[in-house]
Design a protein. Structure first.
Length: 130
C-alpha cells in the first residue's frame, strides 16, 4: 500500500521510535518531535491529520491523547508498513510495485526516446564534420 507523503513520514517516525525502544509495543510521542519529520508550514496540523488518517486505516491505535502527547501503538499491518517505509530500498520497491503500470512510465519512456534520437542525430552531424 502506498500512502500519501505525510502519512508515510509519520508512520516511519512511529516505527523508528518504537523499534528503537525494543520490547515496548506502545510509546508516548510529543507532537513537537513528530513535527520534525515533516517540513513546511502547519506541521503540527499535518501530523495530527496524518495520525488520524492512519488511525482510520487501522495502522495505529491511540491509547491516550493528551494535547501535546500521544500514546500510540502500531497494529501488525502498521508495524510492517512502517518497517518498509523506514528503509529506502524497500520503499522504492513499494513505489515500483504500486505504480509499475502507471501512465507516467509511458510518458517518460516516450520523452526519453525523443531525447535519445535527437542526441544521436546531433552526434552523427558532429562526427561527419570532422
Amino acid at each position: 500500500m502506498w500512502l500519501p507523503k505525510d502519512e508515510r513520514k509519520v508512520l516511519a517516525c512511529y516505527y523508528k521510535e518504537l523499534h528503537e525502544s525494543g520490547v515496548a509495543a506502545r510509546r508516548s510521542f510529543f507532537l513537537s518531535t513528530l513535527e520534525k519529520s515533516l517540513r513546511g508550514r502547519n506541521a503540527r496540523n499535518r501530523v495530527l491529520l496524518a495520525s488520524q488518517t492512519l488511525h482510520r486505516r487501522n495502522l495505529i491505535a491511540f491509547l491516550n491523547d493528551q494535547g501535546d502527547a500521544l500514546t500510540v501503538q502500531l497494529s501488525l499491518e502498521g508495524y510492517d508498513l512502517g518497517r518498509k517505509y523506514s528503509s529506502w530500498w524497500t520503499r522504492s520497491g513499494l513505489l515500483y510495485a504500486e505504480y509499475k503500470h502507471h501512465w507516467i512510465w509511458l510518458i517518460g519512456s516516450f520523452v526519453s526516446g525523443i531525447i535519445a534520437t535527437l542526441f544521436v542525430l546531433w552526434l552523427s552531424k558532429v562526427l561527419k564534420l570532422k
